[in-house]
Design a protein around this ligand. Sequence first.
Ligand code: SF4
Ligand code: SF4
Length: 389
Amino acid sequence: MPDRPTYQVIGELTRFDERDTVFARERLTPGSPEEIAYHAMHPERAEIDRRLAAFIESVNSPDQNTHPLDAAFYQATFGPIAGLALPDVVDGAVAPARVDADPAHMTARIKALARHLGADDVRIGPLNPAWTYSHRGSPPFFPDYAPNPPHFQGPPADYTGWTWGDLIKVPHRQAIVMAFGQDYRLLRTGGTPFSDLEVGRVYAHSALAAVELAHYVRALGWPARAHHMRNYGVLLVPVAVDAGLGELGRCGYLIHRQLGANLRLVCVTTDLLLVPDPPVDLGIQDFCAKCLKCATTCPTGAISRGNKVEVRGVRKWQIDPEKCLLHWGRLGSACAICQTVCPWSHPRTPFHRLVSLVAIHVPAARGWLVRGDDLVYGRRFRRAAGPGW
Ligand code: SF4
Ligand code: SF4
């Protein structure tokens, strides 16, 4: 087992501003205080941000080719979890009486509980402050936010949490990171309401699990905060890599040894005394250098076919999130092709487990496995039909 994660730090690690994510920028209502403030800082992004808004407009106004029975999936899965974003749901009062337990016993219990709540894998890692967002940018917290029905119509009257532009501080030392797999067949309908249904289902399921686990830890008398798709304080992929859940792949997702890129992540940050897991080296950096399948099948060229570059102090493959989200806007749904074509993402059959083991432990076989994946599963993405119900 390696004593450090497989990404390379080659410069000063600088925190990422959540306002710079495409998911924050796509919702900058023209003329709103946030839009004016953001584009005063980044005038070069004003035009592309107006085009990015096409995605959120499309999911709220499905095109006429989407059957109303299918269009309602988005509201059903992404909408109800808005309430899980509230500050006193992700965080809250800590029980006055602290329960102390042997860290090894506590770790085993936390992991068992996480799995019982639905996680396919769970690991404990350090929380590097460099992986916390610098400023809040998430849309549910715009003070005057209105045009996006699945989210709040602005924060509740007594809201006291972070709002757009606030500095983010996560004071905890550790992270309990959970991975939730997605239904491979539904995801392979990529770019349809059925893939959105599955993505939204797993986001909702995992968000509830994170909230429940954080509540459990606080009930033991230790601080804990849930981080999920409606309320992030941390960048989940590097936190998950540090916890040993997998490695960062070319496509920008975490690659897990069994789930591949076909997963969603949540975490609970805490000061509860737990035994950390070591980082892992699954050979993903070498495998991705040989593979490129996500890059060659991406319909927009958003995934790099070239070498790694420095991004905020880390050497990594850089993706182009603007190209990606503009494509989602044209589709009216998330695309998910890169998650499904990844050779690590295939369904967890005994055959796939065996191939993964060979890929991890026999570096010389990786080039052959890449070619074998093309032969068995095809070089191109083949969209699966919807489930028929
Ligand atoms: S989701 Fe689709 S468009 Fe975006 S990076 Fe992946 S393959 Fe490319
Ligand atoms: S598809 Fe290939 S290159 Fe892309 S993340 Fe997966 S293994 Fe890496």
